[in-house]
Design a protein around this ligand. Sequence first.
Ligand code: CS2
Length: 496
Amino acid sequence: MTKSFQLNMENLKLLPDTVLKPSFDRDKIKTSILHIGVSNFHRSHQAYYTHELIEKFNDLNYGICGVDLLDSDRKIYNILKDQDGLYTLYTKEPNGAHRAKIIGSIVEYFFGPENPLAVIEKMASPDIEIISLTIAEDGYHLNEITGAFDMNHPVVNEEIKNPFNPKTVFGYLTQAFKLRKLRNLPGCTILSCDNIKANGDTMKQSLFDYVSKTEPELLEWISENTTFPNTMVDRITTITDFDDIDTLKNDFLIEDQWPVVCESFAQWVIEDKFLHKKPSWEKVGVQFTENIEPYEKMKLRLLNAGHTILGILGTMCGYKTVYEAAIDDDFIVFLKSFMDEEVFPTLQESSPTNVNDYKKMLVSRFQNPHINDRLSRICQESSAKIPLFILPTIKDQLQSHKQITKSAFIIAAWCKYNDGIDDFKIPYKITDTISGTLIRNATLSHQNPIKFLEIESVFGDLNTNKLFTDSYEASLTLLRSHSIKDCVKEMNTRLA
Ligand code: CS2
């Protein structure tokens, strides 16, 4: 058997030529970006673009210092420490071509639970110009109804009592900005890279709200010394499988304890609102724009909504991956008609690209047979995703008195999904912060369909819109008495 090599700086030279390796001197890189949340997505996306900039243009000004703040991130911290911050990006194209590239842009790494003061000190270091984040939809702690920062969250309560041992991004930023102000240092660009509407504005609102309640005298400095560009981020990145770890070992001789697997497509659009000179990411395909909204709308309402639809319908039909659901003709017909009839009218005026081309490309991305993207990943935290991916389409359509039949069907299908059992009587797990409420209200909806729409933190006042509730009730009645497949077929026969 051919010998394989544990991934680290020392062994890089021993890896075969089929592996793309960093050719730059990592010791010479200045760390000016601090990234919070070293997730698979960060590693396939922002760290990849930054690596490309260093590798192709020898721009040594923008290395990344990775930071994780949650105890649950200890595993990736230990692995990246063992691997000198290196990891493999394993990209897979629809035609089966695959490529292993070692990414070298993460040159430092700090772990909050181990040494919170070191993280604060690093955030306050003069080199740091950009603090970027992937902290997931629920990391922003904004109350859906009031729109205010949720100070009642237990973690927030704990950190306020002990500010030098922060737990949330907001606690860390507050302490770091206090130091920067004290030391007369400039502020930073805060770059949110999460899949949420107006991610920069949302981050700004969360931080300002938090600071005004905890350190009000710092607010003025922060508002004068920070910017919050909105961004649109895109690259389908799966949960890493053991099979991928084995393939990298057998075919590329890399022993990587946690590689990242993703598609070859990637897109990053950023609002041009940087405090300092920005990294020349445009040289490696990043788009800078004055107006992010059309990009963001198109991506959230088509790609992410498309995923959610395949996830919900597919799970109830016994499928396990996006690919399986996306090669089901009935599902694809349904998805395309939802996009054409109900999403497209909400985008028309502002679309940055040809929406038809974008839609076609999405379907082929979903149908990539080599990307083992599990529906369980897609469906987790749907209560945070649906208000961002589907409900805005419904609201816009209702406002302009247009079609909502397919969207109402999707919401009814999500209600049935929360029964937790597929058409073959096989149970599946509902992974959601509010799973208890979802399951309870889905159960109540067997007697009274509207009960599910009464989850105010998700649906707001949608339950009072008769046009919507009539359509939703009709769909739920159909769904409760037929298989998901038959219902989708039936929906496909209905003309817009
Ligand atoms: C997915 C996204 O989590 C989800 O529901 O739709 O993670 C999606 O894969 C990414 O946004 C792709 O850029």
